[in-house]
Design a binder for this molecule. Structure first.
Ligand code: FES
Ligand code: FES
Length: 167
């Protein structure tokens, strides 16, 4: 049984960079990313695994970073929205979100982008229904999802070299 105040050392790779830290055993991955590493693109909403704002890749699979303790990630590879963003400009998916007005406040957007990245890796040509299903665990309070589905459809077509399908 780990005492609440205990600190443990971890070593993990975040956005291609090897990180070694002593951290509290109770520190969530979301807080570790934001507070310890300054990667504030990962947003924290509900802290209960409901809203999806905190979604990141852990060992290549999307995961709620608010539901993981950072110490569980010893040896893991984590990719955040910063790791999905090119050094200059935006990725095609991010550009599509901007071009189609698929975000308003933008709070949900990093988690959306991570989730959609995973979707498009598995299914490069998702139907609007498949996009909505993939986003069922990502809550957006602003957009009503219509433009998000359009953004994903447009980005998917662009990534396939298509001619810009619409949702
Ligand atoms: S903050 Fe993690 S799911 Fe809402
Ligand atoms: S754009 Fe505001 S919560 Fe989705």
């Amino acid at each position: 049984m780990i005492a609440p105040a205990e600190h443990l050392s971890i070593r993990l790779t975040v956005n291609g960079r090897v990180i070694e830290r002593e951290i509290s055993a109770r520190h969530s991955l979301a807080d570790f990313l934001r507070e310890d590493l300054g990667l504030t693109g990962t947003h924290v909403g509900c802290e209960h695994g409901v809203c999806g704002a905190c979604t990141v890749f852990v060992d290549g699979r999307s995961a709620r970073s608010c539901l993981l303790f950072a110490v569980q990630l010893d040896g893991a590879t984590v990719t955040t929205i910063e790791g999905l963003t090119p050094p200059e400009g935006l990725s095609p998916l991010q550009q599509a979100f901007c071009a189609t007005h698929a975000m308003q406040c933008g709070f949900c957007t990093p988690g959306m982008i991570v989730t959609v990245t995973e979707l498009l890796e598995a299914n490069p040509a998702p139907s609007p229904g498949e996009i909505r299903l993939a986003l069922a665990g990502q809550l957006c309070m602003c957009t009503g999802y219509v433009n998000i589905v359009r953004a994903v459809t447009q980005a998917a077509a662009g990534l396939r070299g298509g001619a810009g399908e619409t949702a």
